[in-house]
Design a protein around this ligand. Structure first.
Ligand code: AMP
Length: 355
């Protein structure tokens, strides 16, 4: 796929959650159709896509039919089984490409990749048993965080070690899964850069946002973030270095810790990112359209921030606030159409335009 996809073409999306939903809406605004592949029923993205396939990621026939019906495939989450990607890639390109998925599916591979690029990461070491955990503690010091190498999100699959006595308990929390021990970073605050790279290699970054987490889940993103102009430049340059190294096509979320010693990369997500939702009401072209443009081989759009925004996630019972939010001046509501409200479940978000 070398030439830009014409408006009217169909883009395949793996994953039918809220990110897939907002990607579908952005695609529709540019005249594209979307085909969503999702194992669960009543998927939020399915409500707004032209076509939905409800099938498991090991259903080879369904994957083949899906691939044949689209011009390019993208995804809303990084933990797609490799075998499913192999089947799809026989028929259509996957954007962002396989290397970004390989690197970001495994925290150890990701840390090695970032360190090899010359970027700062927390001190870390591989952990598979008590012996390697003890060696890892000697390297990272305490406090530290033990994280599963794979399938962690929103703070899941993590155990904090406040003293060496916590080692046994933390290791048993990993339930035998390979893990990484990370030294605790004493950061002043957390920011993220949402960066985009087109098929032609042009890179554009949205203004960094400042993130506050609650119970391991993103609570708010505020733009502009508290950063000096030197830190802002660093953030953009390091994001560009990551994207170029991966020959990346699409939008990526790069999470950073701000410390007196500089910016430390926490993790990268090869997809649109919750901390980039503010762009929907802060920029002419938001992260979802930017991603669709990139995967369709179009030039990147203008992601300059025209307004200050505070994005707040609506999680679980926060949905009770919707009637009041619907009346609030300057508040843009984005609801995901999820039929069941559950504790800890992301139900929507509100972007408050603050200046
Ligand atoms: P993660 O799932 O790795 O993004 O971690 C979720 C949250 O835990 C981060 O956003 C931080 O607030 C915190 N955290 C993760 N790793 C570290 C670390 N090495 N030092 C301090 N805080 C951390």
């Amino acid at each position: 796929m070398n030439s830009p996809l014409p408006s009217g073409a169909t883009i395949g999306i793996l994953g039918g959650g809220q990110l897939g939903r907002m990607l579908s809406v952005a695609a529709a605004r540019l005249g594209f159709k979307t085909h969503v592949f999702e194992p669960g029923s009543d998927a939020p993205a399915g409500h707004v896509a032209q076509t939905v396939t409800t099938a498991a990621y090991d259903d080879a026939g369904a994957l083949e039919r899906f691939a044949q019906s689209v011009s390019v495939v993208t995804y809303e989450f990084e933990n797609i089984p490799t075998e499913a990607l192999d089947i799809i890639e026989k028929t259509v390109p996957i954007r962002p490409g396989r290397e970004a998925l390989r690197v970001s599916q495994d925290r150890l591979t990701e840390k090695n990749f970032l360190q090899d690029l010359g970027l700062q990461v927390a001190p870390y070491a591989e952990v598979s048993d008590m012996g390697s955990l003890e060696q890892a503690i000697a390297k990272t010091g305490i406090p530290a965080i033990l994280k599963t190498r794979r399938f962690g999100y929103d703070g899941k699959g993590q155990a904090r070690l406040s003293s060496a006595d916590d080692a046994t308990g933390a290791l048993s929390d990993m339930a035998g899964q390979p893990a990484v021990l990370e030294g605790f970073v004493n950061f002043s605050h957390e920011v993220s850069v949402i960066a985009a790279r087109s098929a032609l290699g042009e890179v554009a970054c949205f203004d960094p946002g400042e993130n506050v987490h609650r119970d391991g889940i993103l609570h708010t993103t505020t733009v502009p973030a508290r950063l000096s102009s030197a830190q802002r430049t660093d953030a953009v340059l390091l994001a560009a270095r990551i994207l170029n190294a991966l020959d990346y096509v699409g939008v990526m979320g790069v999470e950073l810790f701000v410390t007196p010693q500089g910016l430390i990369v926490n993790e990268i997500a090869p997809r649109v990112h919750n901390s980039g939702h503010w762009t929907q009401n802060g920029c002419a072209v938001d992260q979802f359209e930017q991603h669709i443009r990139a995967v369709a081989g179009w030039p990147l759009g203008d992601g300059t921030r025209h307004s200050d925004v505070v994005m707040e996630n609506l999680i679980g019972d926060d949905m009770d606030k919707v009637p009041a939010l619907a009346r609030e001046a300057g508040a843009a509501l984005h609801l995901y159409g999820k039929s069941e409200t559950k504790k800890g479940r992301k139900m929507g978000h509100v972007n408050r335009v603050t200046g």
